[in-house]
Design a protein around this ligand. Structure first.
Ligand code: XMP
Length: 561
């Protein structure tokens, strides 16, 4: 999705979903390699509310998941399914309508993905977006012409059928975002144009069987009234009631957890991050001390993190917490390792070991709770068919190690990150916990460039503490996706008082992002940068130079390793 790069919009940046279970994904990643059991089927894991669902049929657009999120923002449950999903799977979700997503293909290619017949036979409403609209056109007897040129960017939508419920409450002449190659030459029989733009006479089309097409993308921020269209589709066309609220979800999932667990025992890895904290609290409020959380201090955490996490959960919330200080073990294991992926792997494996050892000490345990989120599920579901390069190993999600014969509890499995935060609010968790910035599983190890040592970790903690402190003081913490320090392996010459110094170079990284897939460097005010830099060189004696990272992702990544 296009990002707003302007500095003045720093304050408007909106932290929403993420595809990473940032806290325990290292564990999951290793678990996958060890070959775990498959997580439970979707039907079982969804809240027990009288569910109604809009189904997004995925043709591979980069925006498909965003469509689902926008529909959920309208309090209607929405799931993404592959375009060739069997009807049985969809029927179980109680569909009220279909949205056919965009996608990179052309309908007249021999292998082009098309909508399965059951979509049209179901007599449920259908909304095709971009490629989805071309699919409808092609399958229902219209004509799609190959692109002579691609149309990208803004267009102005003019409504021609003011009575169409799909376009109710929409301003005439509203901006929309186009991004398509092929175009519709002729609508299928029975369709009429409901709206047009300068270059698309059929920017919106529909028939009286409640089948619609949009040439533009209503789900992206560049179509400011797009959500009104999606909401109209859900409520006015599909007749949804809007019962998908996080209050309902929280209550239902606690009832379900109680049923599932019975008298059994549950363990969970607690990192203090958003997802694992919310999973633990949700389950603890449902089954009390049948849950034991294992908090592993790997020695790679930020200053005071370990103490604060155990204090909050053990003392304030009264949870059963096993807190293990495994710092020495992890440091020992990391000795001599420079390669970032080797670091990640070593930390992940060590984590599994410590976790299993501690779990064994508890005695009989029946369930393992995990903070898997919906984007993880989607990503791992599609990873088999995609040939995308592995940039960093944390994007992989898997099941349990085969040797751990526990059943999984994944109450957040169908939630987006912003929904998870809502659940946190329902549970009464402190704001500070709900709005924490993501922190990677391998922790500071991937922010110490090169070999990780105790000394370097301490230096980094000092610098990181100052960054956090100043960012929070400037009230920028919540507007940034992440803000942190990196200890580079560069040393440079400086002068302090009358003395020459030869100290470390610290880099500061602060980014805005919607989902960590792309990110932009934050235009932090100069005086904040100056304060951070002054404080670091004055308060962290080993550091004599500070730089600010001004690269976006891509081509960089958020973390340096
Ligand atoms: P990158 O550096 O790939 O990071 O742009 C995207 C997001 O993922 C976090 N990250 C990780 N999280 N284990 C994690 O749990 C990891 O190994 C890992 N590496 C990166 C990063 O902090 C950012 O939010």
């Amino acid at each position: 999705m296009a990002k707003d790069k302007s500095p003045q919009n720093l304050g408007d940046s909106h932290r929403i979903a993420t595809s990473d279970d940032l806290e325990v994904s290292t564990y999951l990643e290793i678990a996958k390699e060890l070959g775990g059991e498959q997580p439970s089927a979707p039907e079982e894991a969804i809240s027990g509310a009288k569910r109604e669902a809009i189904i997004v049929v995925d043709f591979g657009s980069q925006y498909s998941l965003l469509i689902a999120r926008r529909i959920r923002e309208c309090q209607v449950y929405c799931e993404l399914v592959p375009y060739d999903a069997p009807w049985e799977k969809i029927a179980a979700l109680n569909p009220k309508g279909f949205i056919l997503s965009g996608g990179p293909a052309s309908v007249y290619e021999p292998e082009a993905p098309l909508a399965p017949a059951y979509i049209y036979e179901s007599n449920l409403p259908v909304l095709g977006i971009c490629y989805g609209m071309q699919v409808i056109t092609h399958q229902l007897g219209g004509r799609v012409a190959p692109a002579t040129k691609h149309e990208y960017g803004h267009a102005i939508l003019h409504i021609s059928d003011v009575d169409s419920p799909l376009l109710a409450d929409l301003d005439n002449a509203s901006p929309v975002w186009m991004s398509h190659g092929d175009r519709i030459e002729e609508m299928p029989p029975g369709f009429s144009a409901l709206a047009y733009t300068e270059s698309s006479p059929f920017a919106v089309m529909g028939n009286d069987k409640q089948i619609f097409g949009l040439q533009f993308h209503p789900e992206v921020a560049h179509t400011p009234q797009g959500k009104t269209i999606l909401k109209n589709f859900a409520y006015r066309i599909c007749d949804c009631q809007g019962n998908w609220t996080m209050g309902n979800f929280t209550k239902d999932s606690q009832v379900k957890i109680k049923q599932q667990v019975g008298q059994g025992k549950v363990i969970s890895a607690l990192s203090g991050g958003v997802d694992s904290s919310i999973v633990a609290t949700l389950i603890h409020q449902a089954i009390g001390n049948q849950l034991t959380c294992i908090f592993v201090n790997n020695g790679l955490l930020r200053r005071e993190e370990a103490k604060r996490t155990t204090k909050v959960f053990r003392h304030n919330m009264g949870m059963n917490i096993i807190s293990v200080d495994a710092s020495d073990r992890f440091l020992q294991r990391l000795r001599g390792i420079i390669n970032p992926e080797t670091k990640r792997k070593a930390i992940g494996e060590e984590f599994i070991r410590v976790f299993e050892e501690e779990a064994k000490k508890i005695g009989k345990v029946d369930f393992l709770a995990q903070g898997t989120l919906y984007p993880d599920v989607i990503e791992s579901a599609s990873s088999g068919s995609q040939t995308s390069a592995k940039i960093k190993s944390h994007h992989n999600v898997g099941g349990l190690p085969a040797r751990m014969t526990l059943s999984l509890i994944e109450p957040l499995r169908y939630l987006f990150k912003d929904e998870v935060r809502q659940v946190g609010i329902e549970l009464g968790l402190p704001e500070e916990m709900i709005w924490r910035q993501p922190f990677p599983g391998p922790g500071l190890a991937i922010r110490v460039i090169g070999e990780v040592t105790r000394e370097k970790l301490e230096i980094l903690r000092g610098a990181d503490w100052i960054v956090m402190n100043e960012i929070k003081k400037a009230k920028l913490y919540h507007q940034l996706w992440q803000s942190f320090a990196i200890l580079t392996d560069v040393r440079s010459v400086g002068v302090m008082g009358d003395f020459r110094t030869y100290g470390y170079l610290v880099a500061i990284r602060a980014v805005t992002s919607e989902d960590a897939m792309t990110a932009d460097w934050a235009r932090l005010p100069y005086d904040i940068l100056a304060r951070i830099s002054n404080r670091i060189v004055n308060e962290v004696p080993e550091v004599n130079r500070v730089v600010y990272d001004i690269t976006s992702k891509p081509p960089s990544t958020i973390e340096w390793e």
